[in-house]
Design a protein around this ligand. Structure first.
Ligand code: CDP
Length: 584
């Protein structure tokens, strides 16, 4: 592999120690002896130059490749924007697979099931995550014509996907992630809802039940609904909707799984319905995709657009500049990416979906001194997302003028509505930014901080300790800072109970558990309103929360227009990714 030469006149990135550890371990290119053959600066230059070089094939590009590479480099090394992990890992390398999100179909035959297992393994190997709907598989015990035997059903087959995933580390660096979805009217739905009830079972899957409008109406009216055999569309049993809903809630209370997705709503927003129905999302739920579709994501760090000298504390011009550059970056990523299957290359080429989102939202609120759980934050969240949506669409329009609209534009809903043309069938997605936020040193996605200071368990049992810089600064400014206090905060994560601290600090520096569950959901809904795809968000609940609390959250999510919802009751799983000192 030829590594690009880093120009001598560009600045070295300044990177925090936690980011350095993560990048060294998983992102830097390694030679045959396992040692890195690039440093952090080399990595960012490799990515910037590979993505900028895609520009040459477009005659009308207004950018010179070297100038654009430098702009991309500074966009990333100032941590204003980062593309999803596979792009950082693989751009400019032989593997060259740059997307984080894939959805694969699972057909109702041995050939189709095992083809899908193989395709998923190839995707995991390349660093991507996969989502599947298992709704087309006939139920457990149904007759299999060719052998006279009986079918194993969706849950049994999911175990095969799970085991295959276990054995393939993504890009040799991280284990694969999967989303498993089953329609609520599938005859095996009860089995599916309980399939993760034992800890460790299907550990490489997130699972979600796809709820339909019909089902939600049956819950509301307390009626039965029909289960449908996928192989022939005939009714195959009936269940009382409220009982199924109650089981869903109970299992989510016990373990956080399953989540729910509102399938009809996802399809209502499908920009290319002529290509078929969307039946699944990527592993973390933020990206609904058609079968064989992939999407690359990227996130703007809102902490970097804070401007104390502007009227409202936000540098909107800078936000616009970053957005336009990021859309160009992500559109180039599509061309630069080499997908593991021809069918994926075809589907991606038709729709050219990208998912630009945000991280550092909690940090921006800290800088603005606006509490996360306030009406002001909800209004600002909508405003920020509306701006990102509008500017990303404007940027996609400019690209369409330069390079042409996405191939399926004429049959898309945009053409019906006479908006566009756009270069990309979707432009916005709010990703979890699990690793990106560590690299950028900011709060993740649109989540509140989990703790003002906490221990993060990363792969191989390594632990990283982090304290929020805005919190520390505020304590110093009010002369409340002391080492003993910081140690105390690290134990609990939150300062809600610390009555001696100034009121305005306690009001502003809230953590996930200080935020009422309904505010978590309202924030999700505020961002969803202006997001093409979906919003990754966890509604955190205290361990004392009841099943009724979860039922209310699910119902509110439905009423507020969310595309899905994931709840997590503190302490309900033994190993948590994020924990405060006390929870360990
Ligand atoms: O921060 P990073 O780019 O690593 O990823 P993220 O925003 O936390 O997750 C975005 C998407 O990447 C997920 O929804 C998955 O599709 C994929 N992913 C994965 O395949 N495997 C992981 N271990 C983490 C994320």
């Amino acid at each position: 592999m030829n590594m690009p030469v880093v120009p001598t006149d560009i600045e070295k990135p300044s990177i925090n120690p936690n980011a350095e550890i993560v990048l060294r371990k998983r992102y830097l290119r390694k030679g045959p002896d396992g040692n890195p053959v690039e440093d952090v600066q080399g990595m960012f230059w490799r990515v910037a130059s590979a993505i900028a070089s895609e520009e040459v094939k477009y005659a009308k590009s207004s950018f010179d490749v070297d100038r654009l590479a430098r702009e991309f480099y500074s966009l990333m090394t100032s941590f204003r924007f980062l593309p999803n992990s596979p792009t950082l890992m693989n751009a400019g390398t032989e593997l060259g697979q740059l997307a984080a999100c894939f959805v694969l179909p699972v057909g109702d035959s041995m050939e189709d099931i095992f083809a899908s297992v193989r395709d998923a393994a190839l995707i995991h190997k390349s660093g991507g995550g996969t989502g599947f709907s298992f709704s087309r598989l006939r139920r457990e015990g149904a007759r299999v014509g060719s052998t006279g035997g009986v079918a194993s059903g969706p849950v049994s087959f999911m175990k095969i996907f799970n085991t295959a995933t276990e054995q393939v580390k993504q890009g040799g660096t991280r284990r694969g992630a999967n989303m498993g979805i089953l329609r609520v009217d599938h005859p095996d739905i009860l089995k599916f809802i309980s399939c993760k009830e034992r800890e460790g079972e299907l550990n490489n899957f997130n699972i979600s039940v796809a709820l339909t409008e019909k089902f939600m109406q049956a819950v509301e009216a307390d009626e039965e609904y029909s289960l449908i055999a996928p192989q022939n569309g005939q009714e195959d049993g009936r269940l009382r909707a409220r009982e199924v809903f109650a089981l869903l809630v109970r299992k989510a209370w016990e373990s956080g799984d399953p989540g729910i997705v509102f399938l009809d709503r996802i399809n209502r927003d499908n920009p290319t319905p002529k290509q078929g129905e969307i039946e699944s999302t990527n592993p973390c739920g933020e990206q609904p995709l058609l079968p064989y579709e992939a999407c690359n994501l990227g996130s703007i760090n809102l902490a970097t657009i804070y401007d104390p000298n502007s009227d409202d504390g936000i540098d909107w011009d800078e936000f616009k500049r970053i957005t336009h550059l990021a859309v160009r970056f992500l559109d180039n990523v599509i061309d630069a990416s080499r997908y593991p299957l021809d069918k994926i290359t075809e589907t991606v080429g038709r729709n050219r979906k990208i998912g630009l989102g945000l991280m550092g939202w909690a940090d921006l609120l800290f800088q603005l001194r606006v509490p996360y759980n306030s009406q002001e934050a909800l209004i600002l969240g909508e405003k920020v997302m509306k701006f990102l949506q509008a500017e990303s669409k404007a940027a996609s329009k400019i690209l369409a003028e330069e390079r042409g609209a996405f191939a399926a534009y004429d049959e898309s809903t945009y053409a019906d509505k006479k908006v566009g043309p756009y270069r990309n069938a979707t432009t916005t997605t709010i990703a979890p930014t699990g690793t990106l936020s560590i690299i950028a040193g900011c709060s993740s996605g649109i989540e509140p901080l989990f703790a003002l200071s906490f221990t993060r368990n990363v792969m191989d049992g390594e632990k990283l300790v982090e304290a929020n810089p805005y919190f520390e600064q505020a304590l110093r400014e009010t002369e409340s800072y002391s080492k003993a206090l910081m140690e105390d905060v690290a134990k609990k994560g939150s300062i809600a109970h610390m009555e001696l601290l100034p009121d305005d600090i306690r009001r502003v520096f809230v953590t996930a558990h200080d935020v009422e569950p309904t505010y978590h959901l309202k924030m999700q809904a505020a961002f969803q309103k202006f997001t093409d795809n979906a919003v990754s968000k966890t509604v955190n609940l205290p361990s004392s929360a009841s099943e009724e609390d979860i039922r209310e959250i699910y119902w509110m999510a439905y009423e507020m227009g969310c595309k899905g919802v994931t709840v997590y009751r503190d302490g309900c799983k033994a190993s948590q990714v994020l924990c405060t000192g006390e929870a360990e």
